[in-house]
Design a protein around this ligand. Structure first.
Ligand code: NAI
Length: 339
């Protein structure tokens, strides 16, 4: 375990149990150089404790990189609550987790993530103030979408020679909380939007309400477009899918889009510009972190807009040094976190 922690440069790993509620939770704190570790709480089944721990550690590291490049005074952390079928009192479970977080005395600040809801955060908030994305704080998805829109402007400038998204053809994969909001914002900007989702109901809704063009799931990667926007699950960019792409750039909200690091080089060799996922999708993180600090909404919106400038600088450095944008982003984050 210590070797795995050293491998991820993890500061600490905390395990919590609570017999009455059935809580079994892991909190991974990656880096607190910039401030307390901030990161979501996942609630899902895992095949083993080792798998859950590895997930928490990797995700905590990703949060450090994301926070560093978003200019936040927070480090990276992540929590995983193991989902067991015998646990039936959800409120008691999350209240117990709230007490666990409180025992860390502010070193870790939790948030909504896969499998958790604002209602769960409300239960945590009964026992600690080190929690964001409660019902009162609001859903970060729309802010994630706004940040992606800003990032797409940087992409359009770098690759299409225009600073707005008017008539830019975008293939949007995934119409969930972020994807649907992004589709709305893109249509308002005058973009030409195609959409696909595993759920045909979401696609129908978007086509009816927004006038976007539905694309069959099988045709998503081959769709001729300017920007391919992955907004569903992670790891959608692999050797096979990247060879099918017919776009000038990839820019979307999904976390961990690259199935492995070599895919970044494949994108470069195909002449496809890649907006590093943790840079372009930081709008939601900025929203939850700054809302927690009591920053005014107008100031938060301005910080989310800066995603555009951050990507401008990454693309320029990538061009100047002939290295992939993913490599440049990692180097910029590591300079902040470890130098
Ligand atoms: P969500 O669960 O609300 O929506 C995901 C949507 O993608 C669903 O409608 C699902 O049917 C669809 N989908 C999944 N795989 C697909 C595929 N292969 N083809 C087409 N559609 C597919 O999730 P949400 O919150 O919208 O997040 C989307 C992505 O953005 C996730 O990867 C998430 O980790 C990431 N993200 C979300 C943030 C947020 O503020 N919600 C913040 C940063 C990243």
């Amino acid at each position: 375990m210590f070797a795995a922690m050293r491998g991820e440069k993890l500061e600490s790993l905390h395990l919590f149990t609570d017999e009455p509620s059935g809580l079994e939770a892991i909190v991974a704190i990656h880096n607190t150089r910039l401030g307390p570790a901030l990161g979501g709480c996942r609630y899902q089944p895992y095949a083993s404790f080792e798998e859950a721990t590895a997930d928490a550690m990797r995700l905590a590291r990703d949060m450090s990189y994301k926070g560093a490049l978003a200019g936040l005074e927070y480090g990276g952390g992540k929590a995983v609550i193991l989902r067991h079928p015998h646990v039936d009192n959800r409120a008691a479970l999350f209240e117990a987790f709230g007490r666990s977080i409180e025992s860390l005395r502010g070193r870790y600040l939790t948030a909504i993530d896969s499998g958790t809801s604002s209602a769960d955060m409300d239960c945590i908030a009964l026992h600690t103030r080190h929690v964001t994305s409660t019902t009162e704080a609001g859903d970060p998805s729309v802010h994630t979408a706004s940040g992606v829109l800003m990032g797409m402007r940087a992409v359009a400038r770098a690759r299409l020679g225009q600073s707005n998204l008017r008539d830019v053809r975008i293939m949007l994969q995934g119409l969930g909380n972020v994807g649907y909001s992004l589709a709305e914002q893109l249509v308002a900007e005058g973009a030409d939007v195609m959409v696909a989702d595993l759920d045909p109901g979401r696609v129908r809704l978007a086509a009816d309400e927004l006038g976007v063009e539905p694309v069959a799931l099988a045709g998503v990667y081959e769709a001729q477009c300017d920007i391919f926007a992955p907004c569903g699950l992670g790891a959608v960019l692999n050797f096979d899918t990247v060879s099918q792409l017919r776009c000038a750039a990839v820019a979307g909200a999904a976390n961990n889009q690259l199935a492995d690091a070599a895919v970044a080089e494949q994108l470069v060799s195909r002449g496809i510009l890649y907006a590093p996922d943790y840079v372009i999708n930081a709008g939601g993180l900025l929203y939850v972190a700054l809302t927690h600090q009591g920053v005014a909404p107008g100031v938060i919106a301005g910080r989310i807009e800066q995603i555009e400038e951050r990507l401008d600088s990454i693309f320029q450095q990538s061009e100047a040094e002939a290295r992939s944008p993913a490599t440049i982003a990692d180097q910029q984050a590591e300079a902040i976190l470890f130098s």
